[in-house]
Design a protein around this ligand. Structure first.
Ligand SMILES: N[C@@H](CCC(=O)N[C@@H](CS)C(=O)NCC(=O)O)C(=O)O
Length: 230
């Protein structure tokens, strides 16, 4: 039975999982919910019978529903082979990097959605983008750059992408887009190792189809949910 990935028709937390599926070459269904009713009133109700936490994103594998983005990425990583580590250390570095990426995402989401109270208006968002790019995000990039230095691999854990690299890349790309559109210097500029990872991942032949697809051009966050658009 084909794996089913479910998420809103945006990049958000769905993009890393979509890239993992594409990268593996497996046949899968990418359900992109375009409206609240099709998720909340229909599919969510069905999936709650299998997993009381059912949320977006989720992956359905036979009778098993896995939800919570980080668990979804780990599940796909194990299932599709991205997270085949040579040693225990790799497994735990990956788990920690996934958590770090989620923290970076939360720091960005605090700006992106007005309901967090940090950026009630679009002007607040515009004002706070630059300090985020030059300070907050740099604190995270420092840790990723240092990890690349400590491990000496092309990606955070090994020389091929593990699940954490898919979320990391999505975060790097969203920050690059924010910076470029505002004429702010790339936050990657002072991080040569991270910059190389960002470029090499973008050139992976397994992802060429994804980057050429409409899925890559979806809005990064929920416009209906009030997101300040990048
Ligand atoms: N911590 C969860 C957050 C899940 C979440 O908030 N999902 C949002 C989209 S990013 C949603 O709209 N979920 C639909 C629902 O509540 O059923 C994760 O990492 O997946």
């Amino acid at each position: 039975m084909k794996l089913e990935l479910g998420y809103w028709a945006i990049r958000g937390l769905g993009a890393p999982a979509r890239m993992m599926l594409e990268h593996s070459g497996v046949d899968y269904t990418d359900l992109k919910y375009a409206d609240a009713a099709s998720w909340f009133a229909v599919r969510k109700v069905e999936l709650l019978e299998k997993n009381a936490l059912a949320n977006l994103p989720y992956v359905l594998d036979g009778d098993r529903v896995v939800t919570h983005s980080t668990a979804v990425y780990e599940y796909l990583g194990v299932k599709l082979g991205h997270d085949a580590f040579d040693d225990e250390d790799g497994r735990w570095v990956n788990a920690q990097m996934l958590a770090e990426c989620y923290d970076l995402r939360n720091a960005l989401m605090a700006l992106v959605y007005p309901f967090n109270g940090v950026t009630p208006t679009k002007d607040d968002f515009e004002t706070k983008c630059e300090p985020h790019l030059t300070s907050k995000c740099i604190q995270f990039y420092n840790k990723f750059e240092a990890t690349l230095g400590l491990r000496g691999k092309k990606f955070l854990v090994k020389d091929t992408p593990s699940s954490c690299d898919f979320h990391l890349w999505e975060m790097l790309d969203q920050h690059e887009i924010i910076a470029k559109r505002r004429g702010v210097v790339s936050p990657l500029e002072q991080f040569p190792k991270l910059q190389k990872l960002y470029a090499e991942f973008r050139n992976l032949p397994e992802l060429a189809k994804y980057f050429a697809s409409e899925t890559y051009t979806l809005p990064m966050n929920s416009i209906g949910g009030g997101a300040h658009v990048y």
